[in-house]
Write a protein that binds this ligand. Structure first.
Ligand code: NAD
Ligand code: TYD
Length: 348
């Protein structure tokens, strides 16, 4: 079996669901269930014995050790993290606690347990760390896309905490020989994403007739990848990636934020003609230290492992909007008091 951390979050939950659609191997899912964790995203797995959910912290060494000894996973896939840049600006401490100290504790537990296993099991074991393109910093309009050799230059507390965790993973391979893999992926979107990130926030606000807050001039650029394609990339790297390597994962879909918002508006209106989103677009104060542009050069994962995304931005976004329109109960459940407080703090 495999141990997945953060498997009740956006990408982790999609990964677990996709995993069971493609593989037979059981999953132990360790998740702290922070505001971003949601067992409702995994409700279709109720009663499925292949899925063992454990509520807990990756920083809890005793718990992690117990899980490793009990389940003897052949791999750990680490999604658990604090993941929202704006929250890292308001409260960076949680990002250091989980992304730096928590990842360190997880790595060290895994290393200690792994080092006691028979040689053949040590050789096939993998620790796959899921990271972000934000560790590379910000690009100018004409700069080449981030490759695996681009120097790290993180700009937000979130990006710095992820960069720190990536360095620890690298060091654990280099020093102890732990068979690690790291993926650095661009912005994901898709079903089950918490509506604090750009795309689900715009869908939720559009449906509620609320303003669509666009930071600054709306010309910041991100590369967008459908979450199902990120999951297939992680499965590919886990199965075939070269130990100790990092792989950049991207969607070949650079878009300015304002264009993303307008595309969301158009697709929502095609399905809900009465929702006049365009008039809701509102330019608001910019994010402090807002990175201007991210772009991913995914040549390595394509050439070495044959991975390419199956969705274009337009097909992925259409599927995403359908999902949100069809899953009103999920959406209502995440817009609780804590969520409303966050929106008030961030957009007041
Ligand atoms: P998310 O915020 O939706 O989910 C994170 C999950 O981790 C939640 O279920 C939460 O409960 C859990 N968690 C948080 N702290 C924990 C702890 N200490 N112990 C155990 N569980 C804990 O995040 P996401 O968007 O699904 O991102 C998953 C991973 O992918 C993160 O590591 C993130 O840095 C990375 N990533 C995200 C994106 C993106 O666009 N969302 C892009 C590239 C990489
Ligand atoms: P986000 O989804 O928070 O991802 P990240 O900061 O990790 O790239 O934001 C994507 C882009 O959208 C980013 O340039 C910030 C911008 N943005 C807005 O313009 N308005 C918003 O309300 C949010 C949440 C983000």
């Amino acid at each position: 079996m495999i141990l997945v951390t953060g498997g009740a979050g956006f990408i982790g939950a999609n990964f677990v669901l996709d995993w069971f659609a493609c593989e037979h191997e059981p999953v132990v899912n360790l998740d702290k269930l922070t505001y971003a964790g949601n067992l409702g995203s995994l409700s279709s797995l109720a009663g499925d014995e292949r899925h063992v959910f454990v509520r807990g912290d990756i920083g809890d060494a005793d718990l992690v050790r117990t899980l490793l000894e009990r389940h003897r996973p052949r791999a750990v896939v680490n999604f658990a993290a604090e993941s929202h840049v704006d929250r890292s600006i308001h409260g960076p401490a949680a990002f250091i606690d989980t992304n730096v100290v928590g990842t360190f504790a997880l790595l060290d537990c895994v290393r200690a347990w792994w080092s006691e296993q028979p040689a053949d099991e040590r050789a096939t074991f993998r620790f796959l760390h899921v990271s972000t393109d934000e560790v590379y910093g910000s690009l100018g309009p004409d700069d080449s896309a981030f490759s695996e050799t681009t120097p790290y230059a993180p700009n937000s507390p979130y990006a710095a905490s992820k960069a720190s965790s990536d360095h620890l993973v690298r060091a654990y391979h280099h020093t102890y020989g732990l068979p690690t893999l790291t993926t650095n992926c661009s912005n994901n979107y898709g079903p089950r994403q918490f509506p604090e990130k750009l795309i689900p926030l715009m869908i939720v606000n559009a449906l509620a007739g609320k303003p669509l807050p666009v930071y600054g001039d709306g010309r910041n650029v991100r590369d967008w990848l459908y979450v199902g394609d990120h999951c297939s990339a992680i499965r590919t790297v886990l199965a075939h990636g070269r130990v100790g390597e990092t792989y950049n994962v991207g969607g070949n879909a650079e878009r300015a934020n304002i264009d993303v918002v307008r595309t969301v508006c158009r697709l929502v209106r095609e399905r809900r003609p009465h929702v006049d989103c365009e008039r809701l677009v509102t330019f608001v104060r910019d994010r402090p230290g807002h990175d201007r542009r991210y772009a991913i050069d995914a040549t390595k994962i394509r050439r070495e492992l044959g991975w390419t995304p199956a969705h274009t931005f337009e097909t992925g976004l259409a599927r995403t909007i359908e999902w949100y329109l069809d899953n009103g109960a999920w959406l209502a459940s995440v817009q609780n008091a804590e969520y409303r407080q966050w929106v008030e703090l961030q957009y007041a």
